[in-house]
Design a protein around this ligand. Structure first.
Ligand code: MSP
Length: 654
């Protein structure tokens, strides 16, 4: 039996769980269920990342100790996953003793083999930020957030010889082209590795930061948070919270699930750390894109707030999972908004699967009471059988290559073909003719069989809903691999004689009045106070106005700019502060009203964007804005215009 081990990133405890975290965590849950159903032994670990300077800051604000703070938020993550039925095997915290001891043992090993050295580092330290700032972050020599001149500090620290493993890493990636998926992330890593790697600073002096894992070879230092955090993937299976060591069984099947924001740490820091620690490399890195929050027509203020538990209460978390896995093409970014979610739910689940079930089950209940016995299939069912055999055949490959949206769309294709078949066969008319009982039984069984197979195929996506449907149809075989996937999905294996009471409403339609009411309630729950006016300076896109001449147009100088920093702006609801490299001596600061569409500004880093470069700088409430970036927008969507290929900062756009 194949053993597979899935991990999510361990989440920082300085934010409460949101939809981005939910996606990766639900993804691990879905994969666990899929691999179990198809006969693998699966272990799934998630958890929280609790050290680092930010945590100390956040705990100070609440006047509690860092540990108390971590306990509180870590519990919130765990209880959220419990509330929404995430089937994880272990929840690791970097403050667990088992983890700390493991990190120290690895540090000792790596130090003793000579891969860690001590060196002096000079940098500009901002006490307000409690970190070193790079020259490009400073504005007029000052920290832009605290308006203070940072202190020049010489700090001695320990460094990990990451550069030593650069060639071996490149070779591993080239020899294993599927190791980082999708392929464009592999290419991104390889292209980054064309530059010489620098060594990694892996310590922080206790004089500045005490909250961390003490270095085993120097008690005046704690471990840098990433060197600590990445090791959770091994510490958690070397000693599970039950006390078992399952490393030998599961490590070789380790599959890390992450979003693209932490690609570098997982594809470069982590494997070089493993090489140095002489631990075999993980098996797979699956990188997904970012969820962005589109403004909803139905709800403006809820645009970028989704708490998994609140969502579950109002709309059902499994309905959201269905949407997320169907909508996101693995590796690409996607946008969530309520209108689209409701539209998809109503068309696929309420009118699709739900309707197919209630139509057929209702007629069975009325005409047979129980599921009738098998009747030989005819050429009427040919199309359905063909689609069934194609989609069941492709299902495993789609899951294994992470093409979940294709696997789900296939199920919907089968459902809509069956819907057409039912409409054509008119079972309600057959029911009126006592001589056509057999025909009626065949048609209704076929409709219900498609519901049964669909529920099996959708069970990793919506386990509870699928389970309830299967129960209702008398399909009680477990989906945990004890019955083979082929048997579970074989056509016409619906049991006869199962009593079908009037079907419950598995997927009641959401009508717009009901949705608006729910959204209003949710808005009340998450009400935020607007601190910013809708001033024209905050707009990215000007509406098309009067015609202009080519000369007018040529007055605007468009250039390629590379985003090298992206920050939230305290007190601003819509703005992000971007530092954009236009190939000039200093990068420019640009404020852009795109925050609601880029929940985590980090994803903009490295993007080459189109900048109107010769706009007169504008003094805004939050600072000087020295240009404008261009974006496409429509209804509730917004996407910053970016360049692919060889465009360089400063290139003219004409
Ligand atoms: N603590 C580090 C990870 C250490 S792992 C050894 C960290 N934590 S995080 O809380 O910032 O989580 C980042 C991860 O959360 C992403 O890689 C992704 O899994 C998930 N997401 C957070 N926001 C997201 C979106 N908007 N969209 C999709 N996933 C996102 O980084």
């Amino acid at each position: 039996m194949k053993s597979v081990y899935f991990t999510t990133p361990i989440y920082y405890v300085n934010a409460e769980p949101h939809m981005g975290h939910l996606y990766t965590t639900a993804l691990g849950d879905m994969l666990k269920r899929y691999y179990q159903m198809t006969g693998s032994s699966v272990y799934y670990q998630t958890g929280t990342d609790e050290h680092g300077e930010k945590i100390v800051e956040s705990s100070k604000k609440l006047n509690i100790s860092p540990k108390e703070f971590c306990d509180k938020i870590s519990d919130k993550f765990r209880s959220t996953w419990d509330e929404i039925n995430i089937n994880y095997d272990d929840f690791i915290r970097t403050t667990d003793v088992r983890h700390k001891l493991f990190v120290q043992s690895i540090l000792k090993k790596v130090y003793e083999k000579g891969d860690i050295y001590f060196d002096e580092y000079t940098g500009k330290y901002c006490v307000g930020c409690e970190r070193y700032l790079t020259d490009t972050e400073l504005i007029d020599g000052k920290c832009p957030d605290h308006q203070t001149v940072p202190k020049e500090i010489k700090e001695a620290n320990y460094f990990f010889k990451m550069s030593k493993y650069q060639d071996s890493l490149i070779k591993h990636i080239e020899d294993n082209p599927e190791w980082i998926r999708p392929v464009r992330f592999k290419n991104e890593v390889l292209s980054f590795l064309k530059q010489p790697l620098s060594d990694l600073c892996i310590s922080r002096p206790k004089s500045r930061l005490e909250w961390g894992i003490e270095l085993p070879f120097d008690d005046k230092f704690v471990t840098y948070v990433w060197f600590d955090a990445l090791l959770n993937y091994v510490s958690g299976i070397k000693e599970t919270s039950k006390g078992d060591n399952i490393f030998d069984e599961f490590w070789q099947g380790c599959n890390h699930l992450i979003a693209k924001d932490i690609l570098k740490t997982h594809a470069i820091y982590w494997p070089t750390m493993l090489m140095s620690a002489e631990i075999p490399l993980f098996n797979q890195l699956d990188v997904h894109g970012y969820w962005m929050m589109g403004e909803s027509k139905m709800s403006k203020s809820l645009g970028n707030v989704i708490r998994p538990s609140t969502f579950d209460k109002h709309f059902g978390i499994e309905n959201l999972r269905y949407f997320l896995f169907k909508e996101m093409k693995f590796g690409s970014d996607s946008s969530f908004n309520y209108d689209l979610f409701i539209e998809r739910y109503n068309s696929d689940l309420a009118n699709g699967l739900g309707n197919l079930l209630s139509r057929n089950a209702g007629l069975v209940a009325k005409n047979f009471n129980t599921i009738p016995a098998k009747v030989a299939l005819t050429c009427d069912e040919e199309t359905i059988l063909k689609i069934h055999s194609r989609i069941v055949g492709d299902y495993k490959e789609n899951f294994e290559t992470r093409q979940f949206s294709k696997a789900i769309e296939d199920v919907m294709t089968l459902i809509s073909a069956t819907d057409k078949y039912i409409t054509l066969m008119e079972p309600w008319k057959l029911a009126k003719d006592p001589g056509k009982k057999d025909q009626l039984a065949r048609v209704l069984r076929c409709g219900l069989e498609v519901v049964r197979v669909s529920a099996v195929l959708l069970s990793p996506v919506m386990p509870q809903k699928a389970g309830a449907i299967l129960d209702y149809l008398g399909e009680t075989r477990p989906l945990d691999g004890t019955v083979s996937f082929e048997e579970l999905t074989a056509f016409d294996s619906l049991k006869e004689g199962v009593e079908l009471p009037k079907p419950p409403q598995f997927f009641p339609r959401f009508d717009s009045v009901r949705v608006e009411k729910i959204l209003e309630e949710m808005e009340q729950e998450t009400k935020t106070v607007s601190t910013e006016t809708d001033s024209p300076e905050t707009r990215v896109i000007e509406p098309i106005k009067d015609e202009i001449t080519i000369d007018d147009f040529l007055k605007v100088q468009f250039k390629v700019g590379e985003i090298i920093e992206a920050h939230h702006v305290e007190g601003a609801q819509k703005l992000l502060r971007l530092m954009v490299d236009l190939g000039e001596e200093n990068p420019r600061q640009i404020f852009a009203g795109i925050k609601s569409h880029y929940m985590d500004p980090k994803i903009l880093l490295g993007e080459k964007v189109m900048v109107a470069a010769n706009l007169k700088p504008r003094q805004m409430k939050f600072g000087l804005s020295e240009g404008m970036i261009l974006a496409a927008s429509g209804d509730d969507r917004l996407a910053v215009a970016t360049f692919k290929g060889s465009a360089k900062p400063g290139d003219k756009v004409s």
